[in-house]
Design a protein around this ligand. Structure first.
Ligand SMILES: [Zn+2]
Length: 465
């Protein structure tokens, strides 16, 4: 009797925690139309790479989450990146959602959506009509995912696969953990959806390719959909510093080594990533993904890169800019219309808790060093800011067993480089004659301290609630 009373007392308490999770996953073809009068410029690598055909469609994929109290939508699009203004505009049209996250896979074989890869170096390759279509497509794909939403149980698997990444920049540090979530219909016990999060540049078709493609992502998604007989979604993670497929040794069925840039290599790499996700699920464990706790912080980051300032000033990079006051949490940022001193951009960091899964949402291409606490210490004496403090690592703040990082989340501000590893001025690190690639595509050396600091403060504030 006493036992039963205890149980009855516990019931409402238990229910408040174990709310039912519903999810739905959908996809939509968002391939730009090819029209000889209006070329589609392919993003990534150099300017003036005009699309001549379609290898596989550019897709927008969405997962809609519902914990009974709050609804969330995550969208992943096969493009190079989307600015914060884009996410803000989509969100305004979805007031019924507690949170909408827009991310890009950082695909280097899709249309220019940032403005950096037009017909000439400082001419935008963005088609405004396509951007309007893409925005509407986000709404459509979210709606389609919601229509497919069903109650599910969830399991999670993860696997470390450093052998399937190349790091193109010293110091060589990889964020090599692949995370997979598998959702099942509790009635039929059959898979209802799969989400994979991986940390690599979809750029394996390289710079000479002129066919629109999502690079290896399509093969990963297809292979997973075939295995589980349900829709899949690919989310990109830690891709900075620089996580790529170049020089990976991959063979075909006959044992022939596939070359970089070869379509067969791209397809095989995508399949391998899916096979690793399947392997990760062989040792999966059930995970409770409700309730949701959503925390976001708007921040300002100074646009210190003179190249970014110049192209923004020329209207090539179309996004709002603000006066930089030195305060990333400035309450009343003043919008500016032309370059005057150092300006800043508004962006956002997010900390999402889905039951016992912690998710870091980072607005660009963060270096693995900053995620897994491996910033060089001591730093190479050639670095420009050798005394800059080591940033608080992203995963250092996440204490749950299960975690995930979504990169290019609600923005693409470029590389987020540990400040003390910033290396633009001679002498260069590691005895190099030339500086390594990276800084030219970063908003500036203060991005990492501001973003990592803001993320740490956001988690501290969230946990104090
Ligand atoms: Zn990149």
């Amino acid at each position: 009797m006493r036992g039963l009373a205890c149980l009855l007392m516990l019931l409402p308490f238990a229910q408040s925690f174990a709310s039912e999770l519903k999810i739905g996953i959908a996809s939509l073809d968002v391939t730009p139309k090819l029209d000889p009068k209006k070329p589609v410029y392919i993003a990534g690598y150099g300017p003036n790479r005009k699309a001549t055909g379609v290898l596989d469609p550019i897709m927008a994929r969405a997962i809609v989450w519902d914990d009974g109290k709050q609804k969330m939508a995550w969208v992943s699009i096969d493009v190079v990146g989307l600015f914060h203004d884009f996410a803000v505009s989509v969100r305004k049209q979805l007031p019924q959602y507690s949170h909408v996250l827009i991310s890009s896979t950082h695909n280097h074989e899709g249309p220019d959506t940032l403005g950096l890869w037009g017909p000439a170096p400082v001419v935008s390759g963005v088609d405004p009509e396509y951007m309007t279509f893409l925005e509407k497509s986000c709404l459509d794909v979210i709606k389609a995912a919601e229509a497919k939403s069903i109650p599910v149980t969830s399991e999670i698997g993860s696997i470390h696969i450093p052998e399937w990444l190349t790091d193109n920049r010293e110091p060589y540090v990889k964020h090599d953990e692949l995370v997979t979530l598998l959702f099942k219909d509790p009635k039929t016990k059959r898979p209802a959806g799969v989400l994979i999060q991986w940390n690599c540049h979809p750029e394996s078709l390289e710079s000479k390719n002129t066919l629109l493609s999502s690079d290896y992502v399509v093969s990963t998604v297809k292979r997973l959909e075939k295995e589980y007989g349900c829709p899949a979604i690919y989310m990109t993670g830690t891709v900075g510093g620089l996580m790529t497929t170049f020089r990976l040794k991959i063979q075909d069925d006959q044992g022939r080594e596939l070359k970089d840039g070869e379509i067969a290599k791209t397809i095989r790499y995508g399949e391998i990533i899916a096979e690793k996700a399947i392997e990760s699920l062989k040792k999966s464990e059930p995970i409770q993904l409700t309730p949701f706790a959503i925390h976001t912080q708007r921040i300002l980051v100074p646009m210190e890169n003179p190249l970014y300032q110049a192209i923004w000033g020329m209207g090539v990079m179309k996004r709002s800019a603000y006066r930089w006051t030195g305060n990333p949490l400035e309450k009343n940022p003043v919008e500016i219309k032309k370059v005057s001193g150092v300006s800043s951009l508004i962006t956002e960091v997010g900390y999402l808790k889905l039951g016992s899964l912690e998710v870091a949402c980072i607005p660009g291409e963060i270096y693995p060093e900053l995620v897994i606490d491996q910033v060089q210490n001591p730093v190479d004496p050639g670095a420009d800011f050798p005394n800059a403090p080591v940033e608080p690592s992203i995963y250092g703040n996440l204490k749950s067993k299960h975690r995930m990082l979504i990169g290019l989340a609600n923005d693409e501000i470029g590389y987020i480089i540990p400040k003390r590893q910033w290396d633009e001025v001679a002498p260069y690190c590691y005895g190099r004659k030339k500086n390594q690639y990276g800084e030219i595509n970063s908003i500036g050396p203060d991005a990492a301290p501001i973003i990592c600091g803001a993320f740490r403060d956001l988690v501290i504030k969230a946990k104090a609630k």
